[in-house]
Design a protein around this ligand. Structure first.
Ligand code: NAI
Length: 262
């Protein structure tokens, strides 16, 4: 109940489902938005089917919200027009709706793929310039820029979470660096909702993986230090395909083919 009214976009998705279950007991009212239909699972939940590209519907859904966790959108490489519509326009609608409704905190789902062209030997901090590994990463650069604009210009309080690889357990070599466990994901989302005195922050949401290539101090400043380490699973993951030091962090996502197929 400490969180008041929290709106979650993309609530039917992989991460949305975990955030929904995790916040259920903590939010006084949990408003779940998605373009696919959802069934209410508890008395504190409200479900609404809408398209995030519909600005009026988004603004209406944010009425009375204390915070919004914006997860809805296109989660991977896609044709540019889909990324612009789903991620850029969708995020603009959420920020504009939040401004109009006076929402106190906006948490935006950003991505590690915004810096996927840094080599695996570099530890990337949120202050370093973006090096997206594809058009999806470019859309997340725009998502963060929109967040910063609304923070600077309209004094909205915005936290961008640069999510790693959200998986129950790591299954690939790359995950040994990039894994974000469900427990740590919830920890970062909770911290992003409750940290005080924030105008704008961008942080990597990644588990405490020994091999991680992202700085987590900014996350600690937000109030969360991750607890899981993908290394525990290393013996179960076949050793093939380990990256060399100059290889991009994005791995296969950074290959030309990954973008050219669209
Ligand atoms: P997902 O695809 O499982 O969930 C996204 C949800 O958004 C879906 O339920 C979908 O129906 C909804 N949605 C998409 N476009 C919509 C629209 N125009 N209107 C209304 N609803 C719409 O994706 P996932 O994995 O849960 O990701 C959530 C967010 O986190 C995304 O923004 C993604 O880019 C970001 N992210 C995810 C990572 C991961 O490892 N899963 C890694 C980095 C970032």
């Amino acid at each position: 109940t400490g969180l008041g009214t929290v709106v979650v976009t993309g609530a039917a998705g992989q991460i949305g489902s975990v955030v929904r279950a995790g916040l259920r007991g903590e939010a006084e009212r949990l408003v779940l938005l998605d373009r696919v239909g959802l069934a209410r699972q508890s008395p504190t939940e409200e479900v609404r089917q809408l398209d995030l590209r519909d600005a009026e519907a988004v603004t209406a859904a944010l009425e009375g919200a204390d915070a919004v966790v914006h997860l809805g959108g296109v989660p991977d490489e896609a044709p540019l027009s889909d990324l612009l519509d789903g991620n850029v326009r969708g995020t603009h609608n959420v920020l504009e709706g939040a401004r109009r409704q006076g929402v106190g905190r906006v948490v935006l789902a950003s991505s590690n793929r915004l810096t996927g062209f840094y080599p695996v030997s570099t530890t990337v901090t949120p202050e370093m310039p973006p090096r997206p590994d594809g058009l999806y990463g470019v859309s997340k650069v725009a998502v963060e820029a929109l967040g910063r604009l609304y923070a600077d210009k309209f004094n909205l309080s915005v936290v961008c979470l640069r999510i790693g690889s959200f998986e129950d357990v790591p299954t690939e070599r790359r995950h040994l660096a990039t894994w974000l466990s469900p427990r740590d994901c919830l920890g970062f989302v909770r911290a992003a909702l409750t940290a005080s005195d924030i105008n704008f922050a961008a942080v990597y949401a990644v588990s405490a993986n020994k091999r991680r290539f992202w700085d987590i101090e900014a996350g600690a400043a937000l109030g969360y230090t991750p607890v899981d380490d993908a290394e525990v699973f290393a013996p179960r993951i076949p050793p093939e395909g380990d990256a060399a030091e100059h290889d991009p962090q994005g791995g296969v996502y950074a290959s030309p083919e990954y973008t050219l197929r669209y």
